[in-house]
Design a protein around this ligand. Structure first.
Ligand code: KIV
Length: 271
């Protein structure tokens, strides 16, 4: 029996339909229950449990130390807060690069042990066989091209990608190959806006940009970046909707002062 008041989950089908309907996909990362619940209540379509957890939660320089167990742990927390959004989980470094069978086993663990609706993999043509293996076996894949942080040591830094003709052409080719392999959408990170436009026009699946300008089918940001929690991280593509580090600092400082002075707790805050 169907219940009409039930919240309908965002599915891969819905994400693909959004491109056809020219409705932009609004996506954010989340790593815990409370932020995930706030994302969901605000109407975020896709919550990514990103391996950026390595940077912004664990405090590492790169995403490379993140493990499959870390991703599953954070997804279990996120899923408790999400009723509507699609949950996508990043496959961490070395959980899918070795071969398609190992990738399938690891992606299978994510799908079995969490409520994820899909996994995300970084890379172009080189991961096409893996994308095909996962999708053929019922595991939806969100692809990720452009600046791919798991390859940071090969790139040698976080500069925008696709600025020369050859790399731009390869990125367009990658997007088409990934679509053909079965990816339901493609994240494109930190590339020129006009190249992102070309890629978006070259494929039927939605493109979700981060630092890729406005001519894409959706946007994603790292949630702590847009909340202004990292005062030292100010790339031009991050719009800070809050200055949360300042707000939290003010609250903590006041709490220390009130505790030390005996102003906290007062009568009303006591039993
Ligand atoms: O790990 C992550 O947060 C990501 C987004 C930046 C797309 O991959």
């Amino acid at each position: 029996m169907s219940n009409t008041s039930e919240i309908r989950r965002v599915t891969t089908r819905r994400i693909i339909e959004m491109k056809k309907a020219k409705e932009k996909v609004a996506a954010l990362t989340a790593y815990d229950f409370l932020i995930a619940r706030l994302c969901d209540r605000a109407g975020i379509d896709l919550v990514l449990v990103g391996d950026s957890v390595g940077n912004v939660f664990q405090g590492h320089e790169t995403t490379l130390p993140v493990t499959l167990d870390d991703m599953i742990y954070h997804t279990k927390a996120v899923q408790c807060g999400v009723k509507r959004a699609m949950i996508v989980v990043d496959m961490p470094f070395m959980s899918y690069q070795t071969n398609p069978d190992e990738a399938f086993r690891n992606a299978g663990r994510i799908m079995k042990e969490t409520d994820a609706g899909a996994v995300k993999l970084e890379g172009g043509e080189i991961i096409a066989e893996t994308v095909a293996k996962l999708t053929a076996n019922g595991i939806p894949v969100l692809a990720h091209i452009g600046l791919t942080p798991q390859s940071i040591h090969r790139f040698g830094g976080y500069q925008p990608r696709g600025r020369d003709k050859e790399e731009a052409a390869q990125l367009i080719k990658d997007a088409k190959i990934l679509e053909e392999a079965g990816a339901f959408a493609i994240v494109i990170e930190k590339i020129p806006a006009l190249l992102a436009k070309k890629i978006t026009q070259s494929v039927n699946v939605p493109t979700i940009g981060i630092g890729a300008g406005k001519y894409v089918d959706g946007q994603i940001l790292v949630v702590y970046d847009m909340l202004g929690l990292l005062e030292e991280f100010n790339p031009r593509f991050v719009r800070k909707y809050l200055n949360l580090s300042q707000t939290i600092n003010d609250a903590f400082t006041k709490y220390v002062k009130d505790t030390k002075s005996g102003e906290f707790p007062n009568e009303k805050e006591s039993y």
